[in-house]
Write a protein that binds this ligand. Structure first.
Ligand SMILES: [Zn+2]
Length: 360
């Protein structure tokens, strides 16, 4: 479910517009046409071109640190660049966060030069020429994005700066609290000035809470190898086994997904759903014919947080764990959940000192 229209792609990054953005554009065109004044439309398009360039700024900087951006989506409230992961080094996060607002400074400087080195007064934002309005809009975008509130860039800048001198989790908690205070202020101002601010306040509030809980999860998983949280008591199938063998195993235990071996090598995973579907079709074939082969295997000594980032987006969420080329365990979210619950029960009241991004 994307509800988005593709615009094309730049440097391997898909650019798209959300349908709510198109609806807003259509509304502006209709309104402008009925009032006989369509001058708001080019400004609107120019503004969002700047937003797109701002997001591309983040994406290009992330690319320098080896982080892939899968897509950039334009929404009525702004742009969203979907980075595959966030940089773990706070200095890298700082650069990625600053790259977006830096693009707005660049555009503003360019327009400033084109307009003969004159800064139009602030009230021209609503009434000046197209270039004057875009210049003021880029200055506004720059200042607004640097407000220290997640998920705006200023929130990330604040977290990155704090994280260079304290553990990442604590830096996130402080930045999230500052963000939520800002959200309350936005909401308050929004009631009197601009209702759009109330929307933004809501986004900032949710963004800050999400960021804080993600950092906590990361902190709980930090420094723990896959080996510590994997399932070691499990059954395997052979690619030559018939489906009745798989049925026997499912009935005998509570395992849902079975690694499939060919000799000693893991060649796939048979999921319970796939097995049931094959049985419903009354197909009688070998396990090897219906197993999933688009699986991700992980190493027992790999860090758990890293391994979970590679978790496939497919229906099969079980990852076979190997050591020295041999299958030694299974990594499932259920088991990771159990592991975290046990960790929490054991260490109730004490925070994990293991994860601090500046020690890496
Ligand atoms: Zn940004």
């Amino acid at each position: 479910m994307t509800w988005s229209l593709p615009l094309g792609s730049v440097a391997g990054i898909r650019l798209q517009v959300h349908f709510t953005f198109l609806a807003l554009l259509a509304w502006m065109v209709v309104k402008g046409w009925r009032q006989g004044d369509l001058s708001g439309v080019p400004f609107f398009l120019g503004l969002f071109a700047c937003v797109l360039l701002h997001e591309l700024g983040h994406a290009m900087m992330a690319k320098r640190f080896g982080i892939v951006t899968s897509d950039i989506t334009l929404l009525p409230i702004g742009g969203v660049a979907r980075l595959e992961r966030m940089p773990e080094d706070p200095r890298q996060e700082l650069w990625v966060a600053l790259a977006g607002p830096a693009v707005n400074v660049g555009i503003a400087a360019l327009l400033f030069a084109v307009l003969g080195g004159q800064l139009p007064p602030a009230e021209k934002l609503g009434a000046g020429s197209l270039l004057e309005r875009l210049l003021l809009a880029n200055i506004t975008l720059f200042l607004f994005n640097l407000l220290p509130a997640f998920p705006m860039d200023g929130g990330r800048v604040l977290r990155a700066l704090l994280a260079t001198r304290m553990p990442y989790t604590r830096a996130t908690q402080i930045a999230a609290t500052v963000g939520q205070v800002m959200a309350v202020l936005f909401g308050f101002v929004g009631f009197f000035a601009n209702p759009l601010l109330i929307f933004i306040a809501l986004f900032v509030w949710i963004g800050a809470a999400q960021e804080a809980s993600m950092a906590q999860m990361k902190s709980a998983l930090g420094g723990i190898p896959v080996r510590a949280a994997m399932l070691t008591d499990f059954q395997v199938l052979n690619s030559g086994n018939g489906l009745d063998r798989a049925v026997d195993l499912i009935l005998a235990g509570s395992q849902m997904d079975f690694p499939v071996l060919d000799g000693d090598t893991v060649v796939g995973v048979l999921t319970r759903d796939d097995l049931l579907q094959a049985l419903a079709r009354k197909q009688d074939m070998a396990v090897g014919a219906i197993m999933r082969t688009d699986i991700v295997t992980v190493e027992a000594n790999e860090m758990l947080a890293r391994a979970l980032e590679r978790r496939p987006e497919t229906a099969c969420r079980t990852m076979p764990v190997q050591q020295g080329g041999r299958l030694v365990g299974l990594l499932t979210m259920d088991n990771v959940g159990e592991f975290l619950a046990i960790q929490a029960a054991r260490g109730a009241g004490q925070t994990s000192p293991r994860f601090s991004s500046n020690s890496r």
